[in-house]
Design a protein around this ligand. Structure first.
Ligand code: ATP
Ligand code: MG
Length: 565
C-alpha cells in the first residue's frame, strides 16, 4: 500500500488524521503508520465494520503505511472458520488488501509468557474465588473493591498454580489469573481485572493445545505490540479500557502503540450487533447471513450494493468522537449515486396490466434502439422488441384520474418510452369482479421513437414490455427489517424481535422484463426504468430469474414514514 513518499499526504479529514500528523511531526513512531482491522471471527461483518475497515485501510493508504487483518480469536467457543473465510472475502470485496494476515491465537505462547512475567514481577496473581465472588468483591462506582486472601499469594505459589492451570489440572472456573493493579481504582476495569480463564474448549486454530485462554483486553494490546501497530483504532466504548491497555503494555515493558477511539456507526432501522444478527439467522427470521435485508456485507453485496458506494458512504459519514445515529437514507443515497452512473437501464413491469394496440398489425414485431445509460454514453444501446400486446405498470393507468395524474386514462395519450404515443380507448373489466384486466389502445404510427411531428404535447412517458417477448421473473422487494427507528430505544425488558417489520420482504412472483436481461450473470445490476435498481440473485435458475431490489429510485421510505403509513 505504499504511495510515493515524496508527495506529502493530503490534508487531514478527521481527528485521527490530525493525531497521526502530530505523531509524524514529533517523530513518536519514526514516521511509521501501521493500523489493523481486528474482527472477532464470531459472525459475519456488518456495515459498522465497513466503517472501521475504510478507516483503518484508508489511513494506511493515505500515509503510505500498512494495515493488517488480525483475527481476535481468543474466545474458542463462539468462533468458526466459516466466519474467518467470510471476513476475508468481505474485506477484499470492499476493495482492500491487508499487508499482514494474523491471528491473536498465533501469539498465545508469547502472551502466556508475558503473563508469567507479570506474575514474576508481582503484578498478577491466581485467584481461586468463583466468578460471582470476584464480581461481589469488585465494589461499585461509589464503593472501592475489597482485596481477598488470594491477592497476597507468593510469586512462587502463583507461578506453580498458573503452570498447573495450563497443564490442565483444574476444571473450568477453578482459578483465574488477575492483574494486580488497584482494588480501589476509580476506573472499575482496573480493579484487578481477570486476564486468563480456564476453558477446556477446542479452538478452531489451536485445537486442544490450550485449556486456558487470555481475555480480550489482555490479548489485544499485546497483539498490537507484537505486530508493531502504531495506531490501535477502536470504538468509543473502549475508551475506559485504554488505561488498562496502557498499564498491561507498560507492566511488561514492550513497544507501546497508541489506542485511539472513534464513535461507532449506528444506522436507523438497523441492528448492528453480531449477537443479534446471529439470533436472526438461527431463528430463521432471515434466510441466512447473506439475506439481502441483513446489514451484513454479505447481505448488502447480494442485494446489489457496490463496494464504491460503501466506501463513499463511509467517507460521507466521517469519523468523530460523538455517538449518534446515521439515517439509512444516507446509505441508500450513496448506493443510488453510484448505480445511477454505472447501472444500465432496462424496462421491467412489476405489476403488469396488459394492453392491446388494436390498430397495430397482428403478428408484427419491430425493434427499438434504447439507450443503455444516459449518464454514460459509452454504455451504448440495445434493441428492445415491440408488438401489438404489451404490459404496462398497473399504477400508470387510472380509470378516473385526479387532476395531477398525467399518465394513461380513458381517452388520454401517453408516450411509451422509445416507442410510440398511444391513446387509451377502452378499459376491459372482469364482469365478475369489476377489476380492469386489459386496456384497448391505439398507437399513432406518426410518433415512432416517441416524437410528435405535429408538436403536440405529451405530458408523460411510461415504461412497457412486449408481452410475447417478456421474461417472467421473480422480483424481491426489500424494505427495512425493523419498524422502529432507534433499536437502542427498545427497553431491555422487551424482545427487540417484536419490532420486526412484516413487510421487509415482498415477493412479486411474476414480473415482466424485457428479454435483454436473459443472458446476464448472477450479480448483474441494472435500473428498471422508473422503478429502482435491481440485482440478479443467486437463486436464479435457467427457468426463472430472480431479481433483488437494491434500492428504489427515490427515497420512498421516508415519504411513507412522514405520512405515518
Ligand atoms: P458487534 O458488537 O457488532 O459484535 P464487535 O465490536 O464485537 O461488533 P469486532 O469483531 O470486535 O465486533 O469488531 C472489529 C472491529 O470493528 C473493532 O475494531 C470494532 O471497534 C469495529 N466495529 C464494530 N462495530 C462497529 C460499528 N458499528 N461502527 C464502527 N466500527 C465498528
Ligand atoms: Mg467485539
Amino acid at each position: 500500500m505504499s504511495t510515493d513518499p515524496t508527495t506529502p499526504p493530503a490534508a487531514p479529514t478527521n481527528f485521527i488524521h490530525e493525531i497521526i500528523d502530530g505523531h509524524n511531526a514529533s517523530g513518536r513512531f519514526g514516521g511509521k503508520v501501521h493500523t489493523r482491522f481486528p474482527p472477532e471471527p464470531n459472525g459475519y461483518l456488518h456495515i459498522g465494520h465497513a466503517k472501521s475497515i475504510c478507516l483503518n485501510f484508508g489511513i494506511a493508504k493515505k500515509y503510505g503505511g500498512k494495515c493488517n487483518l488480525r483475527f481476535d480469536d481468543t474466545n474458542p467457543t463462539k468462533e468458526d472458520i466459516e466466519y474467518v473465510n467470510s471476513i476475508q472475502e468481505d474485506v477484499r470485496w470492499l476493495g482492500f488488501e491487508w499487508d499482514g494476515l494474523y491471528y491473536a491465537s498465533d501469539y498465545f505462547e508469547q502472551i502466556y509468557q508475558w503473563a508469567e512475567l507479570l506474575i514474576e514481577k508481582g503484578k498478577a496473581y491466581v485467584d481461586s474465588s468463583t466468578l460471582d465472588e470476584i464480581r461481589e468483591q469488585r465494589g461499585t462506582v461509589t464503593q472501592p473493591g475489597i482485596a481477598n486472601q488470594y491477592r497476597s499469594r507468593s510469586v512462587k505459589e502463583n507461578l506453580d498454580l498458573f503452570r498447573r492451570m495450563r497443564a490442565g489440572e483444574f476444571p473450568d472456573g477453578a482459578h483465574v489469573l488477575r492483574a494486580k493493579i488497584d482494588m480501589a481504582h476509580t476506573n472499575m476495569l482496573l480493579r484487578d481485572p481477570v486476564i486468563y480463564r480456564i476453558r477446556h474448549a477446542h479452538h478452531h486454530r489451536t485445537g486442544d493445545a490450550w485449556c486456558l485462554y487470555p481475555m480480550y483486553d489482555f490479548a489485544h494490546g499485546y497483539s498490537d505490540s507484537i505486530e508493531g501497530i502504531t495506531h490501535s483504532i477502536c470504538t468509543l466504548e473502549f475508551e475506559i479500557h485504554r488505561p488498562l491497555y496502557d498499564w498491561l503494555i507498560e507492566a511488561v515493558g514492550i513497544y507501546h502503540p497508541q489506542q485511539i477511539e472513534f464513535a461507532r456507526l449506528n444506522l436507523t432501522y438497523t441492528v448492528m450487533s453480531k449477537r443479534k444478527l446471529l439470533e436472526l439467522v438461527e431463528a430463521k427470521i432471515v434466510s441466512g447471513w447473506d439475506d439481502p435485508r441483513m446489514p451484513t456485507i454479505a447481505g448488502i453485496r447480494r442485494r446489489g450494493y457496490t463496494p464504491a458506494a460503501m466506501r463513499d458512504f463511509c467517507e460521507t459519514i466521517g469519523v468523530t468522537r460523538f455517538n449518534g445515529m446515521t439515517d439509512l437514507v444516507v446509505l441508500e443515497n450513496a448506493v443510488r449515486n453510484d448505480l445511477n452512473k454505472s447501472a444500465p437501464r432496462v424496462m421491467g413491469v412489476l405489476k403488469p396490466l396488459k394492453i392491446v394496440l388494436t390498430n397495430y398489425p397482428e403478428g408484427q414485431t419491430e425493434e427499438f434502439d434504447c439507450i443503455n445509460n444516459p449518464e454514460d454514453p459509452s454504455a451504448g444501446s440495445r434493441k428492445v422488441p415491440f408488438s401489438r400486446e404489451l404490459y404496462i405498470e398497473r399504477d400508470d393507468f387510472m380509470e378516473d384520474p385526479p387532476k395531477q395524474f398525467f399518465r394513461l386514462a380513458p381517452g388520454r395519450e401517453v408516450r411509451l418510452r422509445w416507442a410510440y404515443v398511444i391513446k387509451c380507448e377502452e378499459a376491459v373489466k372482469d364482469p365478475a369482479t369489476g377489476e380492469i384486466v386489459e386496456l384497448r389502445c391505439t398507437y399513432d404510427p406518426e410518433t415512432k421513437g416517441g416524437n410528435t411531428p405535429d408538436g403536440r404535447k405529451i405530458k408523460s412517458t411510461i415504461h412497457w414490455v412486449s408481452a410475447p417477448h417478456a421474461l417472467s421473473t421473480e422480483v424481491r422487494l426489500y424494505s427495512p427489517l425493523f419498524s422502529v427507528e432507534d433499536l437502542a430505544s427498545i427497553p431491555e425488558t422487551e424482545d427487540w424481535k417484536t419490532y420486526l417489520s412484516p413487510t421487509s420482504l415482498v415477493v412479486i412472483p411474476d414480473a415482466k422484463l424485457e428479454p435483454s436481461v436473459k443472458t446476464q450473470a448472477v450479480g448483474y445490476r441494472c435500473q428498471f426504468e422508473r422503478l429502482g435498481y435491481f440485482c440478479l440473485d443467486r437463486d436464479s435458475t435457467s427457468e426463472k430469474l430472480v431479481f433483488n431490489r437494491t434500492v428504489t429510485l427515490k427515497d420512498e421510505w421516508a415519504k411513507i414514514q412522514k405520512k405515518g403509513g
